[in-house]
Design a protein around this ligand. Structure first.
Ligand SMILES: NC(=O)c1ccc[n+]([C@@H]2O[C@H](COP(=O)([O-])OP(=O)(O)OC[C@H]3O[C@@H](n4cnc5c(N)ncnc54)[C@H](OP(=O)(O)O)[C@@H]3O)[C@@H](O)[C@H]2O)c1
Length: 210
């Protein structure tokens, strides 16, 4: 499928590499000139092209690979109502105090969905450090296969992301709707904790028991 990326830092580079490797086409974008992306496109190969943010948001799936605060600066809603894969994390120290997020009155991906006026936001990959992710893929059924916690309100959008996760070598772990994604946030028990499906289930259970 065609996948647009906004942001070409740690997340953008790593996930684009995994999607390209699985046969998908990526349109990479950032807030600088399209030409400045040439070295990255050369590295990613023929399944990658460079574009503007306006080009990236036209793709059927758009990866938000930007700092949390940058989401407020993006042109919304995205044309064509794409699936939006929200990899962002909210850190009050870095991103400023947003009281309803700090108090968990709203999940950060619900905030993102509101900002971008989309019902098709799926949270995912935000719990995994990108430095190691390209070395983690394993085939379906491998007992050591890493699971990626995801959440989303739109079933079809979530299923598309689940398929992608499987295709690039991970098991999706469905937390439920966006309101159920608090355990995957930066102050939650699943944050930066790599594990199999069973290990994630165990961590959630332990956190609920506290
Ligand atoms: N690093 C990780 O391991 C990791 C893992 C999971 C989730 N995350 C989350 O994923 C998000 C991205 O992290 P990252 O490590 O990839 O960050 P990063 O390396 O700093 O890259 C961020 C990208 O977003 C671009 N950007 C910044 N402000 C922008 C704006 N206003 N409009 C458009 N583009 C903008 C940056 O462009 P410039 O070069 O112009 O700044 C850069 O291309 C963060 O929310 C982070 O918390 C990170």
């Amino acid at each position: 499928m065609d996948i647009g990326f906004i942001g070409t830092g740690n997340v953008g580079k790593a996930l684009a590499q995994l999607f390209v490797h699985a046969g998908h086409h990526v349109v990479m974008s950032h807030r600088h000139s399209v030409e400045s992306l040439n070295p990255l496109i050369e590295k990613l190969g023929v399944n990658a092209s460079a574009g503007t943010i306006a080009d990236a948001v036209k793709q059927p799936l758009v990866v938000l690979a930007v700092p949390f605060n940058a989401v407020r600066e993006l042109p919304a809603p995205f044309p064509g109502d794409p699936i939006i894969l929200d990899v962002t994390n909210y850190f009050p120290n870095r991103d400023g105090n947003i009281m309803n997020l700090e108090k968990h009155e709203e999940a950060t991906s619900q905030f993102v969905a509101r900002q971008l006026q989309s019902k098709k936001v799926v949270k995912g990959f935000n719990t995994i450090a990108m430095a190691r992710i390209t070395a983690m893929p394993r085939p379906t059924g491998d007992p050591q296969r890493i699971a990626v916690p995801i959440a989303g309100d739109d079933k079809q959008a979530k299923n598309t992301v689940k398929d992608l996760i499987d295709q690039i070598g991970f098991d999706p772990y469905d937390l439920g709707g966006l309101a159920d994604s608090l355990p995957a946030q930066s102050d939650g028990p699943l944050f930066i904790s790599v594990g199999t499906k069973a290990e994630i289930a165990q961590r959630l259970k332990a956190a609920q028991a506290k």
